[in-house]
Design a binder for this molecule. Structure first.
Ligand SMILES: [Zn+2]
Length: 73
């Protein structure tokens, strides 16, 4: 899971929409329209899904699931 990010059209800065999404699912999701309040501009920006992307902080690490598997007794 990651956070959906957009670029502020006013400043060009990357801002978080606060939405959490899975990258693959987000990419396959139908086109939608959303509005996010930008703290930099102190205004709401409207954006389309195709302009957004999912930022996953842990994408370069191995998934920890295997390490969390119960050890055989
Ligand atoms: Zn902005």
């Amino acid at each position: 899971m990651g956070v959906v990010m957009i670029k502020s059209p006013e400043t060009g800065r990357t801002i978080s929409t606060g939405m959490k999404a899975d990258r693959e699912r987000f990419r396959c999701s139908p086109v939608f329209f959303a509005r996010t309040f930008c703290l930099i501009c102190e205004a709401s920006h409207e954006w389309f899904a195709k302009e957004a992307w999912v930022h996953e902080p842990d994408e370069n690490r191995h998934r920890p699931r295997a390490a969390l598997a119960p050890q055989p007794a």
